[in-house]
Design a binder for this molecule. Structure first.
Ligand code: MN
Length: 702
């Protein structure tokens, strides 16, 4: 672990894995392993085994985005995979023999897992007779066992501590814990948020013994007070807010069924020998500074070891006994996972001190079981054995920030030929935000993500992942065109530069927009006619576009033109306050047919490329309730990082070269020329009049 870094563009030797327990139509486990910037997924009905004699069927399913590393939710019934899904395990994977890419291609993956629960060697082997069916095997090693059943022993989520059957009723569990808190002797109703200052235990050479005392190992981690209030989690190191350095801990706290609590403990990074390591924590913080959150939270996985629970729900527990507080903590936060209650050690303090000395641990403490918070004199004591390592500095340093958003993997190369990076992409979207925001604000968006740049895998993404910041919203869009799936789609919503940079930060290169606003999903406010070249000459598209513009003018509409960012051109027509999608599509189709009738030698509405015969495809199919078009000023995932660029009509000449408009040139162009498309949306347009005039025109021309 830690020796084989994930090489951004190249073959994957190591990375993250996650196991979900998923109660869909049939209960199964999903093993997801990192390959480049995505998670290859295998559905395993019988789950992960410790027994080398087992051969468990593993069905290779579609890749999942990297955010699934901390995904846990009840997927709504009716959606694909509807049902609860818990994070059963998470950790590092190291590929043996071959890289992940070679292994998935050749049908054999050998690897070592190191998670909260799973450890040791496994293999996935594809069946000869099948594309999708693989077998999961446990290899013989120190972690193998013919008797143990890990799934029965440790059924709960490593994130929330909930079992799969509890996830849908997490609130009930939260309410039960709160009731239990309220029944403790000394519990008081909380009147306001309270300040907690951690007492420093008195240092003694010898610790008190006896059944009145808890004896604990003092791990010497980063002392943290954690407070949750609904979605808000704050982690304090002394008086400093260090929440941003522990996104995994904050996420786990948010996933617990308890909506408000205050706890104290220490964040510890255990090395491969199980020893707390401040050096490894420094490494983690450096990965975070470089924007590599996945690596920081995987190879740099930490545990929040919790010592004390000071408030839960409506109750202040400071006047309860430490024994009661810790019993409640153990009930609320199950082991093992990101959150872990400190387990007191049975035995006399001298034995604990000897253990600490042997393992180079900071020391041991003794706390009186009956003590309240803060304890009075002499109730909390400790013996120091080894010098405490100084805290790693929790500072950001010169991280790349764009529009206030920290860019992850800013130096990762996204365009290999040009050497353009992900940081360049985020910088571009920040720069063009002043003109681009008008096309995305309040409008459903769909992403096309390229986590490894244009040469890697990509996927079209509806359904915003969990864990996005508050300035990225979502809206449900009914998919009327695919009613047999009965599936609603959720689109992204942003309205500022931060939003654009956040999406680019997900590896989204082109952003696609719907032709409606989120608060009026049935009202189409522009339509598109797409001139798709596929090798046809551009001057012919120029002729068609100018003709289309003339006709639009004659029926009282205004056409705006942009390059597609690839070889073609799009003409967009604003519809003012909007019309029904049926009317908008009708207009687009009618105009398309008129063009093809007048220019049969150079244009066609034939979809099949081979039948186009070198003619330009006039595509009117991009107007519909769930149809999307690449947004003006969106970068395309092609060489040169070309941009879908709005043009002035006088620039639309046979000499037009769409390749000159790129991520590197467009910001300066905007500075000089402004945005030629800025009047597209929201003007006064008489759609009914335009339809009437166009129909009259069609009748006249027979
Ligand atoms: Mn599944």
């Amino acid at each position: 672990m830690g020796k084989d870094p994930v090489d951004a563009g190249g073959p994957t030797r190591a990375g993250a894995f996650v196991v979900h327990l998923h109660d869909a139509t049939r209960r199964h486990f999903d093993l997801r392993v990192q390959v480049g910037g995505v998670l290859a997924s295998f559905a395993i009905p019988k789950g992960l085994t410790l027994n080398p004699a087992d051969k468990h069927l593993a069905v290779h399913t579609e890749d999942h985005p990297i955010e699934y590393l901390d995904f846990e939710a009840v997927i709504p019934k009716g959606q694909y995979g509807g049902g609860p899904m818990i994070l059963w395990d998470r950790g590092t994977i190291r590929y043996l023999d071959k890289s992940a890419e070679e292994g998935t291609a050749s049908g054999k993956l050998d690897f070592i897992l190191d998670g909260f629960k799973l450890h040791g060697r496994y293999a996935l082997v594809r069946l000869k007779s099948s594309e999708k069916d693989w077998l999961l095997l446990k290899k013989k090693d120190a972690f193998a066992s013919e008797e143990r059943d890990l799934q029965a022993e440790q059924p709960a989520s490593v994130l929330s501590g909930l079992r799969i059957d509890e996830l849908e009723h997490a609130d009930d569990r939260g309410a039960a814990l709160e009731k239990r808190a309220g029944a403790l002797s000394g519990a008081k109703r909380r009147t306001s948020a309270f300040e907690v200052h951690m007492p420093k235990p008195e240092v003694h050479a010898k610790l008190p013994a006896g059944s009145d005392w808890f004896v604990d190992v003092a791990l010497g981690g980063v002392p943290i007070r954690a407070t949750r209030d609904g979605e808000e989690v704050v982690l304090l190191l002394e008086e400093e807010d260090v929440t941003a350095f522990y996104p995994d801990v904050a996420r786990a706290i948010r996933a617990t069924p308890i909506s408000a609590w205050t706890a104290a403990g220490e964040i510890v990074l255990f090395d491969e020998h199980g020893k707390p390591s401040m050096a490894r924590l420094r490494e983690r913080l450096a990965w975070l500074r470089a924007g590599d959150t996945v690596r920081a939270t995987t190879e740099g996985r930490v545990v929040f070891v919790m010592h004390d629970l000071l408030a839960l729900g409506a109750f202040d527990l400071r006047a309860c006994s430490l024994q009661d507080r810790r019993a409640l903590l153990s009930a609320a936060i199950p082991y093992p996972g990101i959150l872990r209650p400190l387990e007191p050690i049975d035995g006399d303090p001298d034995a604990v001190i000897a253990f600490c000395r042997e393992h180079g641990l900071w020391g041991a403490s003794a706390k009186k079981k009956s003590s309240h918070f803060p304890p009075s004199q002499g109730q909390w004591q400790m013996t120091e054995v080894s010098p405490r390592e100084p805290f790693a500095p929790h500072t950001w340093g010169p991280a790349v920030r764009r529009a206030g958003v920290m860019v992850k993997n800013a130096s990762k190369v996204f365009w290999p030929e040009e050497g353009y990076t992900k940081g360049d992409l985020c910088a571009y979207y920040e720069q063009v935000a002043p003109v681009m925001v008008r096309y995305v604000s309040g409008r459903p968006l769909v992403l096309v993500r390229y986590p490894d740049g244009i040469a890697g895998k990509s996927f079209y993404q509806w359904h915003p992942p969990v864990g996005l910041p508050s300035w990225v919203g979502s809206v449900v869009v009914k998919d009327r065109e695919h009613t047999q799936h009965k599936e609603n789609k959720r689109a992204f919503l942003i309205d500022d530069a931060r939003g654009l940079v956040t999406l680019a930060n997900l590896g989204c290169i082109p952003m696609h927009i719907l032709a409606c606003l989120a608060d009026a999903l049935d009202t189409c406010d522009f339509f598109t006619i797409d001139f798709d070249l596929k090798g046809a000459p551009l001057p012919n598209a120029v002729r068609l576009a100018h003709r289309l513009r003339e006709w639009l003018g004659e029926i009282g509409l205004e056409g705006f033109v942009k390059t597609s960012g690839q070889s073609g051109m799009h003409v967009l027509v604003g519809l003012g306050e909007g019309s029904s999608f049926a009317v908008a599509r009708g207009l687009a189709d009618l105009l398309g047919h008129l063009l093809v009738r007048e220019f049969p030698d150079i244009s066609t509405m034939e979809r099949v490329i081979e039948k186009r015969g070198g003619r330009i495809y006039v595509d009117t199919g991009q107007t519909g309730p769930t149809r999307t078009i690449v947004c003006p000023y969106s970068v395309r995932a092609v060489p040169h990082a070309t941009v879908s660029t709005p043009l002035e009509w006088r620039e639309v000449t046979p000499k037009l070269d769409p390749k000159v408009f790129s991520m590197k040139t467009v910001p300066e162009r905007i500075e000089k020329k402004g945005d030629p498309m800025k009047s597209l949306l929201g003007g006064a347009v008489n759609v009914a009049e335009a339809v009437a005039r166009l129909e009259a025109r069609v009748r006249e021309s027979g």
